[in-house]
Write a protein that binds this ligand. Structure first.
Ligand code: PMP
Length: 372
C-alpha cells in the first residue's frame, strides 16, 4: 500500500513554498516583490542599489532611514548606538570580549545551548570565562533561571543567549542583574518588543528576522561603548564603527538596504506588538499539536520553549528521512533539525504566516495517521 502523504495542489503560482529554515530564513514576499521591482535601477540613479557608492547621497539616505526605522520599531533610547556591521554573530563572540574584557580580564557566561557554548569557546581565548550557570548536563533542555546565577565580583559583563536556535530554548524574561548584560539575540530580535534599556550590548546576525545574511546588528549603550578597550584594531572597536557611522569600511550595502525594507514591512504590518501576537499564536498552535500527539515530542521545559524555533522528534527516528521527503512534496521546506541534535525543527520567524504553520500541522497530522 502506498502511504505517501501528498494532499494538496501547489499553493501559489510562483512556486514559493513554506520555508522553515533556521537561517538564512524566509523573507516576506511583499519585501521580495518590492526589491525585485527596483532591482535594475534604484531611485532614478541609473544603477542598482548594489552598484552605487556607500558614500553617495542616494545610498546614505537608504542607510540612515533603515537605522531610524529600526530605532523606531524597537524604541531604542537616544543613549544607545545602533551599528550595521559584518562578520555575523560569530564575530561578536570575540568582539565583545576584546572590547570589554580588558580591565578585569574576566566575564561571566551562561551556557544554555550550542550558540552560547561557541560564544564561551571564543571568549575563552581572550579572557577568563566563568561559566556561572549551565544546562548542558540536561542536554540543554532548559535555560538556567537568572535568579540562580551567582555573578562574579570581577566579571566585566554577563553574556547569555536569550534564544538558542538549535535547542529551541529561550528566556522569556530579561535577567535583572547588577552587571552589564550582553545578549546574542540573533534568533529572537524583532519577534516582539524588547526593553533595550536592560542591556549594555545586544547583537544579532541578520539572517532570521532582519534580512539576508551578511549583516550584523549591534545595539550598544554609548557609555558602555566608550569604556571599551582603546588598544585593539579599529575593525574590532565598537567606538570606531560608531564614529564612522558603520562605514569604517565598505558595509554590506545590499543586505543593509534589504533590512531597511524589512523594517518598513514590520512597521506597515503593525510593529512588534503585532508580531508578538502572531508569533505566540503560531508557536502555541504547534506546541499544542505536538503535546497532544503521542507520535511527536518536544523535550524543552514548558517555561523555556522558544517562540521562534520549535524542535521536535518523531517517535521512531527511522521515519525521519521519509518525513522530510514527504514534507518537501507537500511544499514544506527545511524542517531537518540541526545536524548536532537530529530530529526536526520548524523555525517560525516573523515572515512565516499562521497559514504556513497550519499547513505544517495538517501535514504532521496526516503523516502520523499514515505511519504512527
Ligand atoms: N548565535 C545564534 C543564536 C545563532 O542562531 C547563530 C546562527 N544560526 C549564530 C549565533 C551564528 O551566527 P552567524 O552565522 O551569523 O555568525
Amino acid at each position: 500500500m502506498c502511504k505517501h502523504t501528498s494532499r494538496r495542489k501547489p499553493r501559489r503560482l510562483n512556486m514559493r513554498k513554506w520555508n522553515f529554515c533556521a537561517g538564512p530564513a524566509a523573507i516576506s514576499e511583499d519585501v521580495l516583490q518590492e526589491v525585485k521591482s527596483e532591482l535594475l535601477e534604484f531611485n532614478n540613479s541609473g544603477a542598482s542599489i548594489m552598484e552605487i557608492s556607500h558614500r553617495s547621497e542616494v545610498y546614505s539616505s537608504v542607510a540612515r532611514e533603515a537605522k531610524s526605522d529600526l530605532i523606531e520599531i524597537l524604541s531604542i533610547p537616544d543613549n544607545y548606538e545602533v551599528l550595521f556591521l559584518q562578520g555575523g554573530a560569530t564575530h561578536q563572540f570575540s568582539m565583545a570580549p576584546y572590547n570589554f574584557g580588558h580591565n578585569t580580564k574576566e566575564a561571566d557566561y551562561i551556557l544554555s545551548g550550542t550558540w552560547s557554548k561557541k560564544a564561551i569557546a571564543e571568549a575563552s581565548k581572550i579572557i577568563k570565562v566563568n561559566t556561572i550557570a549551565t544546562s548542558e548536563g540536561k542536554s540543554f533542555s532548559y535555560a538556567p533561571d537568572y535568579k540562580d546565577w551567582s555573578i562574579s565580583d570581577n566579571a566585566a559583563y554577563v553574556h547569555y543567549c536569550p534564544n538558542e536556535t538549535i535547542q529551541g530554548v529561550a528566556y522569556h524574561e530579561i535577567p535583572n542583574i547588577n552587571k552589564p548584560l550582553i545578549a546574542d539575540a540573533s534568533s529572537v530580535i524583532l519577534s516582539e518588543p524588547l526593553d533595550v534599556n536592560k542591556f549594555s550590548l545586544i547583537y544579532a546576525g541578520a539572517q532570521k528576522n532582519i534580512g539576508p545574511a551578511g549583516l550584523t546588528i549591534v545595539i550598544i549603550d554609548r557609555d558602555f561603548m566608550e569604556y571599551g578597550n582603546p588598544n585593539i584594531p579599529n575593525i574590532l572597536k565598537y567606538s570606531e564603527h560608531s564614529l564612522s557611522e558603520s562605514m569604517l569600511n565598505t558595509p554590506p550595502t545590499f543586505a543593509w538596504y534589504m533590512a531597511g525594507k524589512v523594517f518598513k514591512w514590520i512597521k506597515d504590518s503593525g510593529g512588534l506588538d503585532y508580531f508578538k501576537t502572531q508569533n505566540h499564536k503560531k508557536a502555541s498552535k504547534l506546541y499544542e499539536f505536538i503535546d497532544n500527539s503521542s507520535f511527536y515530542s518536544n523535550n524543552v521545559d514548558l517555561v523555556n520553549r522558544s517562540i521562534m524555533n520549535v524542535p521536535f522528534l518523531l517517535a521512531n527516528d527511522d521515519l525521519d528521512k521519509t518525513f522530510l521527503s514527504e514534507a518537501e512534496d507537500n511544499e514544506l521546506l527545511n524542517l531537518k533539525g540541526h545536524r548536532s541534535v537530529g530530529g526536526m525543527r520548524a523555525s517560525i520567524y516573523n515572515a512565516m504566516p499562521l497559514e504556513g504553520v497550519e499547513e505544517l500541522i495538517k501535514f504532521m497530522e496526516h503523516f502520523e495517521s499514515s505511519y504512527g
